[in-house]
Design a protein around this ligand. Structure first.
Ligand SMILES: [Zn+2]
Length: 432
């Protein structure tokens, strides 16, 4: 990527709200036009719903277009590729996870560079300079195959002195720590669970001999207690980043840690509650449109996360859209009959107060039915059962029935994330 182009990308966040809106609108219109003419999935979609491009002129018209999901991508991912695209000439970004099928989203090399550059802009905004090195700890299939460099292009690589390195998240914590101590990077970037595991290793074994300037964390939002552990271990609080493999870096905190700034030039973000758009402060499902991918357009795509719009602008003065927070996966939240989502974080904050409960998990099995499994500790008393039930009912607004079951241990679930809530409602029922 040319230096002048990278500089232009860096400057975009200083645009006025009017400029931001104009940019977003024009990109979106161009994308829709392109998709309607060149991508068979969207051609068919528009036809099926009796829509033409004339119906989709303004940003708010976008809501006429039906939602897309990963199931659509899985069933026929080729239908999302623009006509004439050769996959062999593109960069494929694949879905993380070892057991998952190798589902990919393709970008042209230029689009991939843009995605990388916009992703790195958050490092610059959080104080990193070109000379600073960065160590990323990534799932193995997310690591670029070519080299230690993530390929932003020649000039910046030189500035970095080739010190943009990746370590597989599958590597043992002692090995990750050894690399960290040797490289002493200015920035450490990894999913939260990896950082927490690394922090445990540092605390149990070898103290860190340096302090990174920036700690980027994603996958799930860091809790206050996680932040404290990371601050004590690394000497710096983590900066929350919201990423998705299909889209890249969607949003990230600024040094004020006061909400997540959206990368408005990479994705158009909607938050929906059923048919309508969520208002400020309301939690809903995230729907994304990739503005910088014409190779394989994803338009109004249900990414499967819950998030809340921030009520006020960020205190740093940034004029663009800001998320209050991202609250994990839709399937790890309750949805009440009134349409309110109760996130796993809210549930954990409520149940973590019970120090005499060793572990717990709640499963929503019906629109009005939640089953709570709890592993009692040694100080567990008879009346704790009653208190637990009351607290759960209060949290769930008394809208659903709560059945509490005491168990010796919780069934083990796959995946690194703590899953305190499982929502077993089918997708349609999940939408309020
Ligand atoms: Zn800010």
């Amino acid at each position: 990527m040319k230096r002048s182009r990278y500089k232009e990308i860096l400057k975009r966040p200083s645009w006025s709200p009017k400029q931001l809106a104009h940019y977003e609108q024009s990109r979106l219109r161009a994308l829709l036009e392109h998709a309607a003419k060149n991508v068979s999935f969207y051609e068919k979609r528009l036809r099926q719903h009796g829509l033409t491009l004339r119906d989709l002129r303004r940003l708010k018209d976008l809501s006429f277009l039906p939602l897309t999901s990963m199931a659509d991508l899985e069933s026929d991912s080729k239908a999302f590729l623009a006509r004439g695209v050769q996959r062999s000439e593109c960069v494929g970004r694949c879905r993380p996870g070892e057991s998952a099928q190798m589902l990919r989203v393709y970008l042209s090399p230029e689009e991939n560079e843009t995605r990388e550059a916009i992703g790195r802009r958050i490092e610059v905004f959080n104080g990193l300079k070109g000379r600073h090195s960065c160590l990323m700890i990534l799932p193995p299939n997310q690591i670029p195959p070519t080299s230690v460099s993530l390929g932003l292009g020649s000039w910046r690589e030189r500035l970095l002195g080739g010190r943009r390195c990746c370590v597989p998240a599958s590597e043992t914590p002692p090995e990750q720590l050894r690399v960290l101590q040797r490289l002493r990077p200015a920035c450490v970037a990894a999913p939260l669970w990896v950082l927490m595991r690394l922090a445990r290793e540092v605390r149990e074994d070898r103290p860190l001999r340096f302090r990174p300037r920036l700690l980027l964390s994603w996958g799930e939002p860091a809790r206050a207690s996680d932040r404290e552990v990371l601050r004590e271990t690394f000497g710096i609080a983590p900066t929350d980043v919201y990423r998705a493999w299909e889209f890249g870096t969607i949003a990230a905190e600024c040094p004020q840690h006061n909400g997540l700034h959206i990368n408005f030039d990479l994705v158009h973000v909607e938050i929906i509650r059923g048919e309508r758009a969520a208002g400020p402060g309301e939690t809903g499902e995230v729907v994304l449109t990739a503005l910088a991918n014409r190779t394989m357009p994803l338009i109004r795509y249900r990414v499967g996360d819950l998030a809340t719009w921030k009520r006020d602008p960020c205190t740093c003065g940034w004029q663009g859209p800001v998320l209050e927070g991202v609250h994990g996966r839709v399937e790890n939240a309750f949805v009440l009959p009134s349409g309110t989502f109760v996130t796993s974080r809210q549930f954990e904050d409520c149940l973590d107060q019970f120090t005499n409960v060793v572990a717990y998990r709640a499963i929503q099995t019906g629109r009005r039915k939640v089953e709570v499994l709890a592993v009692p500790g040694t100080l567990f008393q008879e009346r704790t059962t009653q208190l637990l039930r009351e607290k759960c009912l209060e949290l769930l607004n008394n809208e659903v029935g709560v059945e509490l079951r005491l168990v010796n241990e919780l069934p083990i679930l796959a995946g690194p994330r703590r899953q305190s809530i499982l929502c077993k409602l089918p997708g349609v029922a999940r939408s309020p």
